[in-house]
Design a protein around this ligand. Structure first.
Ligand SMILES: O=C(CO)COP(=O)(O)O
Ligand SMILES: O=C[C@H](O)COP(=O)(O)O
Ligand SMILES: [Zn+2]
Ligand SMILES: [Zn+2]
Length: 354
């Protein structure tokens, strides 16, 4: 059984200089697509479930789908991660459900809409870290609010659109504050705000360094070099899938995502986890639209769902290869959460912040 913690995987990624895509999952086809791609290129996997995924599939279904992936691919290390926990109770329930990693997103209040105070973020995140580490489970925190530096609008998080226009001090993580946050909370990984946002509509034109601040990643990494950085809202919004969706009856506006080359630059400077949801949504929608348009007599969902799986798998393979995690799965020796607990207790995994 190769269910491992996020901390183990990201430590391995840091030691070996690669990054990991973390794909959002809601159903069997997405999990099939990710696992088939990982199997083909010998990559470890992070499967993450949002609150939206839990309410769509139901907690037992989501859990058993991930466990089925672990059973079917015993040679692939899998992290089962809970995305954007809006309050500690969400994280605790995920730990109870068997997740090996949780995210406490204290950058927003429990309504997942209102930006929180720094003190609130520290306190709620610290509380989750204390309990999660006692179970050997990893914790990702978030500092700074995801949102567009073009418009000041936050992206959607877990199905809720945060309200109002934010200023740049809220939309960009401060390196000094990041160091203080890590020291006070003990998080294993830190999601940072650098101008990315959730969903397909991230940038109105190909992003420049003014709106996608990879320079800020470098500054944060220089300040806290041993902390694993996480980029949310990091779909690349593939132009080919956008065109296929629109050519087969869809109506998506022109939009731009985060270029893979910029993510790769981030990976050179401490980014270890890259959250991707929209790209798989677009690939599956495009593939299904195309299949149904070209096969009007078909009424067997397996046929178009297979096309969707193939399309999503193609994106996964591209990211595994670009981020350098292809070829790494067989090099990882799974460590149990029980052993991780012992390491936390012994202080061996304490963040190093000067
Ligand atoms: O950050 C994400 C999930 O937490 C997903 O981001 P995208 O919408 O860019 O795929
Ligand atoms: O956090 C953002 C992810 O894209 C999850 O989206 P979702 O809440 O619609 O599942
Ligand atoms: Zn957030
Ligand atoms: Zn996110």
């Amino acid at each position: 059984m190769a269910l491992i913690s996020l901390r183990q995987l990201l430590d391995h990624a840091a030691e070996n200089g690669y990054g990991m895509p973390a794909f959002n999952v809601n159903n069997m086809e997405q999990i099939h697509a990710i696992m088939q791609a990982a199997d083909a290129c010998n990559s470890p996997v992070i499967l993450q479930g949002s609150a939206g995924a839990r309410s769509y599939a139901g907690e037992p279904f989501l859990r058993h789908l991930v466990l089925a992936a672990v059973e079917m691919y015993p040679h692939i290390p899998v992290v089962m991660h809970q995305d954007h926990g809006s309050e500690p109770a969400v994280c605790f329930r995920s730990i109870q459900s068997g997740f090996s990693s949780v995210m406490m997103d204290g950058s927003l209040m429990a309504d997942a809409k209102t930006p929180s105070s720094y003190e609130y973020n520290v306190e709620t995140t610290r509380k989750v870290v204390e309990l999660a580490h006692a179970c050997g489970v990893s914790v990702e925190g978030e500092l700074g609010c995801l949102g567009s530096l073009e418009t000041g609008m936050m992206g959607e998080e877990d199905g809720h659109g945060a309200e109002g226009v934010l200023d740049h001090s809220q939309l960009l993580t401060d390196p000094e504050e990041a160091a203080d946050f890590v020291r006070k909370t003990g998080v294993d990984a830190l999601a940072i705000a650098i101008g990315t946002s959730h969903g397909a509509y991230k940038f109105t034109k190909k992003p420049t360094g003014n709106v996608l601040r990879i320079d800020r990643v470098k500054e944060i990494h220089a300040r806290i070099p041993t902390v694993h950085l996480v980029m949310h809202g990091s779909s690349s919004v593939p132009e080919d899938w956008l065109a296929i969706i629109n050519n087969y009856g869809g109506d998506m506006g022109q939009t731009y995502g985060v270029p893979v080359s910029e993510i790769v630059e981030g990976i050179k400077h401490g980014v270890r986890k890259v959250n991707i949801d929209t790209d798989l949504r677009m690939a599956s929608t495009g593939a299904i639209r195309k299949h149904l348009a070209e096969n009007t007599a078909n009424f067997d969902p397996r046929k178009f769902l297979k096309e969707a799986t193939k399309a999503m798998s193609g994106i996964c393979k591209d990211r595994f290869e670009a981020f350098g995690c292809a070829g790494q799965a067989s090099k990882i020796k799974p460590v149990s959460l029980e052993v991780m607990f012992g390491e936390y207790k012994a202080g061996k995994l304490d963040p190093k912040v000067s």
